[in-house]
Design a protein. Structure first.
Length: 539
């Protein structure tokens, strides 16, 4: 169980019984194999890196030139002679320690700290080596190397911020980071030159570590074109291909009963619940699965996709539609649009919506385009609800709700309370009990000339307009209900709300994770998923 709510920045361990984590406001935590406890750092400045030669010789570094040392009993500050922000630390011995920071590399010889390298135009955030004469430092657009005599630039990569560097040897080194604040990057050094590793995980890659036969990269992901919560990304590289640990990034859930549920997520993850335990199904894809819906336990659809970047700008999209027949999953279609949501009225009447307003329909045998990709549709649709073939609603990365009338998408207006106007953000889910009782949820700040407030739910009681409800709750991600008097919405910080027909009532928070989907079964069981969490409850 966590003993702090502050942001943690780095972790290092001497053994499974001696692990240190550091973070904001001088936070230092120690794990003894049983529990985490807080240690006094003697500083309130943010700590960004930690390393040690043993459990009784540990250093933490941070803002304003901060270096604190632990001798097994207490932490004390050391004089560094710099006010630079320090982030990366590594050493070959207790008297041979390197620290990388904003425009500087410091060295400790066992007696004092000195500046080894200085360049005010270069911000370094990571350092690692095989010995005191073979050290790598990485940061904003550059990777440096130290041969025991001097630091030299090995490569420059404009627009890439490297956050971590690690290797198995001096000729097998990995550096990870982010390109143009959008796409994760991984570079590899073979002893001669650095080159980009294809297929790097999405998002901001912030850590790397490995062992013979595998390399693990961790980071975080923010949905494209959305202001939203960061989500964990963990990927494994075996030297030829990447695979995800996607159960940490679950996106959607569907259930037919409390003994049959399916959850999907990043890296092609599919988890299936049989009433006793969740098991991993083989999906045959590494694409992010973003939505799942079923007509029956042996008739389930999952959709997803991804985006490719060129110079930090989305250049192409790709999608996937999978179907489960009760025994295995198979690919039904690989469209050229990233699919975000799926919903149906039966196994022979299923709809999927994706980028650029594309709407696909399945009639039980083939998928066809009901609407081709066009700017008239919801550009980044992430939610869909189907009442009939000519009565479909979609929401996404826009200020509007879109309605499909059987021929084209139309914009429906949202009436804001107090004459307010929306300020950014998005709609993320839509559901209805009937054609004249629908709900859309999201994360919306709305403002009048006097004040701003949250209006995270809009309701349609028939016709072409929606009325926003003033609701002082965290951002919401998904909505589902069994009837008009039994509606659930989930979202940030483990939020679960239930509407009893009159008002929204917060339910017990069981996880700090952002919950991204909710679904209930006819037997009264309700599932919610998000991040690495799966919540199961009853109505």
């Amino acid at each position: 169980m966590s003993v702090t709510s502050v942001q943690l920045e780095a972790i290092w361990g001497a053994s499974p019984l001696d692990v240190f984590a550091v973070g904001a406001a001088g936070t230092i935590l120690h794990y003894d194999g049983m529990r985490w406890t807080t240690q006094s750092a003697g500083t309130s400045l943010d700590l960004l890196g930690v390393w040690g030669s043993s459990a009784t010789d540990v250093y933490a570094v941070g803002h304003n030139g901060t270096v604190v040392h632990y001798d097994g009993a207490s932490w004390r500050a050391e004089t560094t002679g710099t006010t630079a922000n320090l982030r990366g630390i590594w050493g070959s011995a207790t008297n041979d320690i390197f620290v990388a920071g904003s425009g500087t590399v410091l060295h400790f010889d066992g007696l004092s700290w000195s500046t080894q390298f200085s360049d005010a135009q270069l911000s370094l955030g990571a350092v690692w080596g095989t010995s005191g004469t073979d050290v790598f430092a990485a940061g904003s657009g550059a990777i440096l190397h130290y041969d025991g005599l001097a630091w030299t630039s090995q490569t420059t990569v404009p627009a890439v911020d490297f956050a971590a560097v690690w290797g198995r040897s001096g000729s097998d080194v990995f550096a990870v980071g982010v390109f143009s604040s959008v796409q994760g990057v991984v570079y590899h050094y073979d002893g001669t030159s650095w080159s980009s590793v294809p297929g790097a995980p999405p998002g901001w890659s912030s850590g790397v570590w490995g062992r013979p036969g595998e390399v693990i990269v961790v980071g975080s992901l923010v949905p494209l074109n959305r202001i939203g919560p960061f989500r964990a990304v963990i990927a494994q590289y075996d030297g030829s291909q990447w695979t995800g640990y996607p159960w940490l990034v679950l996106r959607s859930v569907w259930a037919s009963s409390g003994r049959n549920a399916v959850a999907v997520g990043g890296g092609g993850t599919i988890l299936r619940y049989d009433g006793a335990a969740w098991q991993v199904d083989s999906s045959g894809t590494d694409k992010v699965l973003k939505a799942v819906w079923g007509a029956a336990p042996n008739d389930v659809f999952a959709v997803g996709g991804g985006v490719s970047f060129s110079n930090g700008v989305p250049s192409s999209f790709s999608g996937v539609i999978l179907h489960y027949n009760g025994s295995s999953w198979r690919t039904q279609l690989l469209p050229s649009d990233d699919l975000r949501a799926v919903w149906g009225r039966s196994g022979t009447d299923v709809y999927a919506v994706g980028t650029h307003g594309v709407l696909l329909h399945y009639d039980g045998s083939t998928w066809t385009q009901a609407v081709s990709g066009t700017s008239a549709g919801p550009m980044g649709a992430v939610g869909i609800w189907v009442h009939s073939a000519n009565d479909i609603y979609a929401v996404g990365d826009e200020d509007t709700v879109r309605h499909y009338d059987g021929a084209r998408w139309n914009t429906q207006t949202v009436e804001w309370p107090h004459g307010a106007q929306p300020v950014g953000h998005w709609w993320s889910g839509v559901w209805g009990s009937s054609a004249d009782n629908l709900f859309a949820v999201g994360n919306r700040s709305v403002c009048t000339h006097q004040a701003c407030f949250l209006a995270n739910v809009a309701r349609n009681c028939g016709g072409g307009s929606w009325t926003a409800e003033e609701l002082q709750e965290p951002g919401l991600e998904a909505v589902w209900g069994s009837t008009a008097g039994d509606v659930y919405a989930v979202g940030d910080s483990g939020t679960i709300l239930r509407r009893d027909g009159q008002s929204w009532v917060p339910q017990t928070v069981l996880t700090p994770a952002t919950l991204t989907d909710v679904w209930g079964a006819t037997d009264g069981t309700v599932f919610a998923v998000g991040g690495g969490a799966i919540i199961r409850g009853t109505r």
